[in-house]
Ligand binder design. Structure first.
Ligand code: CDP
Ligand code: CDP
Length: 204
């Protein structure tokens, strides 16, 4: 049985954390679609034209350890405005979404463009300051020497670009349930997500 859960929202809102927990709870597969754009951004930084990079993406490209760096995040949001880049990634995401056994996809346009027919849609958000604090903490744990103001500026710049692009901008689907994690710890956010999914469509 195919059952798609779409989880969208801005940077560091908790999409990935919630998606992994939700996927485990329901026994579904999980795809972090941001990794696709990060892999294309990585290739652009290495000198490959973004459209060509998106059209020739292979599984190993998603395993590059530098994909989580702030530099690659910025490159990802730049390649993500190019319609041909987005188009090249659609079929893979849709096939993943409809796999037997259920799937959770997180990103920016899953509920609006990739899977408008998803059985459950969440929009996970939080204040920019809280999101930047979380991302800053993650970078500090990896010994990356980045100050908080730089992380906040980076998050805001990406939010702006993601919300204002013409093709597949970041916005909640009309039928998405919004979960604001500004004042929620991870356990509470995961519980809110599972409750919203279960209430919406019954237990998958
Ligand atoms: O996938 P996305 O960029 O939306 O965020 P994430 O990688 O799931 O979460 C970013 C950071 O915030 C991680 O270090 C999470 O552990 C943390 N987090 C949190 O502190 N409280 C939450 N309610 C959700 C995530
Ligand atoms: O983890 P975080 O939320 O910081 O970023 P991400 O989900 O890995 O996404 C990196 C960038 O890829 C975003 O800033 C978007 O520009 C782009 N993206 C997108 O356009 N559409 C998606 N479905 C997922 C990511």
């Amino acid at each position: 049985m195919a059952f798609t859960i779409a989880i969208d929202g801005p940077a560091a809102a908790g999409k990935g954390t919630i998606s992994r927990a939700v996927a485990e709870h329901f026994g579904f597969a999980h795809l972090d679609t941001g990794l696709l754009y990060r892999a294309v951004g990585r290739k652009m930084l290495d000198g490959t034209a973004p459209i060509e990079a998106a059209q020739s993406l292979v599984a190993e490209d998603l395993e590059n350890p530098t994909l989580r760096s702030p530099e690659v995040a910025q490159a990802a949001s730049k390649v993500a405005v190019i319609p041909e880049v987005r188009a090249a990634l659609v079929d893979f995401q849709r096939a993943f979404a409809r796999r037997a056994g259920g799937a959770v996809l997180d990103g920016r346009d899953i509920g609006t463009v990739i899977c408008p027919e998803a059985e459950a849609k969440l929009f996970v958000t939080a204040s920019a300051e809280v999101r930047a604090r979380r991302r800053h903490l993650e970078l500090a744990e990896k010994d990356a020497d980045v100050d908080f103001d730089t992380v906040l500026a980076d998050v805001r710049e990406r939010d702006e670009r993601d919300m204002n692009r013409a093709d597949a901008p970041l916005k909640p689907a009309d039928d998405a349930v919004t979960i604001d994690t500004t004042d929620l710890d991870i356990d509470s956010a995961v519980r809110a997500a599972i409750n919203a999914i279960t209430a919406r469509k019954g237990t998958p």
